[in-house]
Design a protein around this ligand. Sequence first.
Ligand SMILES: Nc1ncnc2c1ncn2[C@@H]1O[C@H](COP(=O)(O)OP(=O)(O)O)[C@@H](O)[C@H]1O
Ligand SMILES: [Mg+2]
Length: 316
Amino acid sequence: MTCTVAQLKEVSKSYGAGHNRVLAVDRLSLKVAQGDYLAVMGASGSGKSTAMNILGCLDRPTSGEYWLDNCPTGGLNDDQLAELRNRKLGFVFQQFYLLRELTALENVMLPMAYAGVARPLQRQRAEAALVRVGLGQRLHNRPNQLSGGQQQRVAIARAIINRPALLLADEPTGALDSTTSNEVMDLFGELHQEGMTIILVTHEQEVAARAKTIIRFADGHIQHPPLPPSPPQPPPLRHDGGTPMASVSVPSPSPSPDQAAPILPGSSVTVQDPRSIYQGYTGIVQRISDRRAAVLFEGGNWDKLVTLQLSQLQGR
Ligand SMILES: Nc1ncnc2c1ncn2[C@@H]1O[C@H](COP(=O)(O)OP(=O)(O)O)[C@@H](O)[C@H]1O
Ligand SMILES: [Mg+2]
């Protein structure tokens, strides 16, 4: 019997309201079984990242349900979601997001520190993971002493160190040359062979071809059946005219704090709110809804990915 690791049930996600409403994900249902290896493809703006953010508990659906490892996530608060991310999910991003002042070993130890693993065990497991990804000779190097491919392998070791139920990768080879990209994809292939459940977003056909199943997104849902490669795409019927992030706007002449000028994904923010334990920390916005931002803090410590109100942040 196959066990379901993640399930989206009629999940929709919309941003904005009225004329500005964008339906980024539209009644998406998806069952991910243990050991699956899915590649997600689709035109820019088709909802891939929104779906990944929901699967990664970085964002919540507007409607529908998301079950992770047989638990409904709908009723969980931000702290509970953060804990779930630490225990059940591993993330790999295009830009690696390693902490630059820490060595490879220390970067990989971090998620275990947050999970409360004893320090000697952290070290032992981090070493084994780095040996596993072929970096046994680079334990004490900092990210700037490593190549892009090596940095991504450290990030993969960090992502799998707490033995996540689901490994999510958003364009993991997007910043790598083709040789290095192949090495990194070999590693994903090996992890899949070892039983890891993987969902990977890519726009590269050769990368997607390595997965067990390719899913194509169009207009916020999965295209059935898959279309032949690259049919001419009509422009998406979206208010943003096909340039996803850049033109997102929340017009508001005299904004209340929560509706102030939007902070766009990728921009740098500093937490202002003295009540937040992240006050004074600077991070990168991963995703925003109308009022909330998931922020990846300094150097990309993914354990500190939190969802904050926009009023708690100041853009830079
Ligand atoms: N925070 C946001 N506010 C408003 N619209 C958004 C936001 N995030 C994404 N969108 C819109 O949702 C749609 C899907 O975006 P996204 O999930 O990023 O697509 P993809 O990753 O496939 O390029 C796009 O039209 C995009 O402009
Ligand atoms: Mg995207």
